[in-house]
Design a protein around this ligand. Structure first.
Ligand SMILES: CC(C)(COP(=O)(O)OP(=O)(O)OC[C@H]1O[C@@H](n2cnc3c(N)ncnc32)[C@H](O)[C@@H]1OP(=O)(O)O)[C@@H](O)C(=O)NCCC(=O)NCCS
Length: 200
């Protein structure tokens, strides 16, 4: 319902929606904080829901079962382990919550010795999308990464995410492949790289 109202506010009607109304669309109760290992079970649940709604795609032959089976590798234990070791991994994990419920997650990589700066994951629970959660998570991660060339990968058919990242200055930067896109069947989720250049 909230999603529908947002899109109506943005696209319907001959008169542009005044900016004052637009800000009302951001849920005021979103809290961004560092994720901790105790969040791992909720993070695994969000990954399961968002992956299985985002990545199955008939045209590219990516099945629900294949995506779902791929997720078996993201157990709460492996996620908790990565959060515990985030500093050694040059990573940072953030969570978004509303009323103490975890509704989004973002992870970034800042590997200064190899000059690699990436957004590794950004997932918002479906029922909380289009309320400004992704914007807050990504802005937090970009602040942490600083003024660098920042890269990320996105499925070629994930047009919502591609457009979302473009609003932050990312541009499409050709095909890419990451191990995370390899599915148990041998199929691969086709990805493009997106790059946000540092400003000089
Ligand atoms: C892509 C994703 C992270 C975006 O998160 P989100 O919380 O829905 O993002 P936001 O609400 O901040 O912004 C979404 C849209 O609402 C708009 N919006 C947000 N707040 C707004 C406001 N106050 N006024 C007007 N528009 C607003 C944004 O401009 C954006 O517009 P768009 O639909 O034209 O792109 C989220 O949809 C998601 O998790 N998708 C599934 C998983 C996925 O694809 N992850 C990325 C993997 S690379």
């Amino acid at each position: 319902m909230a999603e529908q109202s947002l899109h109506k506010a943005k696209v319907v009607g001959s008169t542009p929606t005044p900016a004052t109304n637009m800000t009302d669309l951001v849920n005021p109760n979103i809290i961004i904080a560092d994720a901790i290992d105790q969040d791992a079970t909720e993070i695994a649940a969000i990954l399961k829901l968002t992956w299985t709604t985002t990545y199955p795609n008939d045209a590219f032959g990516i099945s629900y079962d294949d995506v779902s089976n791929r997720l078996n590798r993201f157990t709460p234990e492996t996620i908790a382990n990565r959060i515990q070791n985030q500093q050694e991994l040059n990573r940072h994990y953030w969570k978004a919550s509303i009323d103490n419920q975890l509704i989004g997650i973002c992870c970034a990589l800042k590997d200064e010795s190899n000059q690699v700066f990436s957004i590794l994951s950004l997932y918002v629970a479906s029922e909380y999308q289009n309320q400004g959660v992704g914007t807050k998570l990504l802005s937090t991660a970009l602040d942490w990464l600083g003024n660098q060339d920042i890269e990320l990968g996105v499925a070629v058919y994930n047009l919502k995410a591609i457009n979302f990242y473009k609003q932050f200055g990312f541009i499409e930067n050709g095909p890419r492949h990451d191990e995370i896109s390899n599915l148990p069947s041998g199929k691969v989720i086709p990805e493009i790289s997106m790059l946000k250049k540092a400003s000089h």
